[in-house]
Ligand binder design. Structure first.
Ligand code: PAF
Length: 295
């Protein structure tokens, strides 16, 4: 383990052994540990997860690992943004205690052959269009949790289905960690922060905020009693008109088990749990967003 910055106290380790040594020393001192798993290319959304973690724990570990198992062969594994030194500097500035940047063999050693499958909650939405995605995520998050053994782990609600998949896995496998969801961080025009936003051209960036705005209009309309079916049809037409080239999904689901809701107007009980989920292509960039349905 080395201190990578003379003016910072953040540690850096690339091995499970280094991670465990640091976490054990904190535990021996009676300190509570939080893990924030990331794939790097950190932005304000990630930093807000670290800040949230600091409210629950004495020590924070942020992992940075671009996990090949959650990318399909045609997806952006090769071009996924990587900027390790900048990530570590940002983490250092906000007082994260340790960056865990494992070498690939620390996660998938030679001969590795185990995978985690989470069933229903991983199906549909992003699981429908990205069949390998949640298996890869569950597997890597299971490994990261086992390696670090934190008291809590924090994930952003932007990937709401991912959060539910991880909560389900932790419950089903009796893993001793509390999973905490943190609110979505947005740009001024409503665009949910994402490492992939940097793929957007200037012209696309101007359109991108419309996703959230159109979703908010749809949410308000369903909250005041308009039918789900009609509202989503209109929202899809609005997205295409705004310049999105393809809508992967735009659906209302129950926020606990992702059961589809609609097509009729939502009941008062539905409205307690209803969440709007969207994924849409803008040029070559896939944007996702979700929100509770209310005024
Ligand atoms: O949300 C992400 O960045 C990734 O899916 C995660 C949880 C770090 C697993 O690779």
């Amino acid at each position: 383990m080395t201190n990578i910055n003379s003016d910072s106290t953040i540690g850096l380790t690339r091995s499970v052994q280094g991670l465990r040594a640091r976490v054990s020393s904190w535990r021996d001192a009676g300190q509570k540990v939080a893990l924030i798993p990331t794939m790097g290319a950190l932005h304000e959304g990630h930093l807000s997860l670290v800040r949230a973690a600091k409210e629950f724990a004495d020590r924070t570990v942020t992992s940075i690992f671009v996990n090949p198992r959650q990318f399909a062969p045609h997806e952006d594994l090769e071009t996924y943004p990587r900027n390790e030194q900048q990530d570590i500097d940002l983490l250092s500035e906000i007082g994260c205690d340790l960056a865990y940047v494992p070498t690939p063999d620390q996660i998938y050693p030679e001969g590795y052959q185990t995978a985690i499958t989470v069933e229903h909650v991983a199906q549909g939405l992003c699981g429908g269009s990205r069949p390998v995605f949640f298996g890869g995520i569950a597997t890597v998050v299971c490994k990261l949790l086992n390696q670090c053994q934190p008291d809590i782990a924090v994930f952003g609600e932007k990937d709401f289905q991912q959060l539910l998949v991880i909560k389900r896995m932790v419950r089903d496998l009796d893993m001793q960690v509390e999973i905490v969801g943190a609110p979505i961080k947005r740009e001024d025009d409503g665009l949910a922060m994402s490492s992939r936003n940097r793929y957007l051209s200037e012209a696309e960036r101007k359109i991108a905020g419309r996703l959230n705005q159109i979703m908010r209009e749809a949410s308000k309309s369903m909250a005041k009693g308009d039918a789900v079916d009609d509202t989503l049809k209109k929202a899809k037409a609005d997205l295409l008109e705004a310049g999105f080239n393809n809508i992967d999904y735009l659906e209302v689901r129950h926020s606990e088990d992702l059961k589809p809701l609609g097509p009729e107007p939502l009941s008062d009980v539905d409205l307690l749990y209803a969440r709007l989920f969207a994924a849409s292509m803008l040029g070559k960039t896939r944007l996702i967003d979700n929100m509770k349905i209310d005024q």
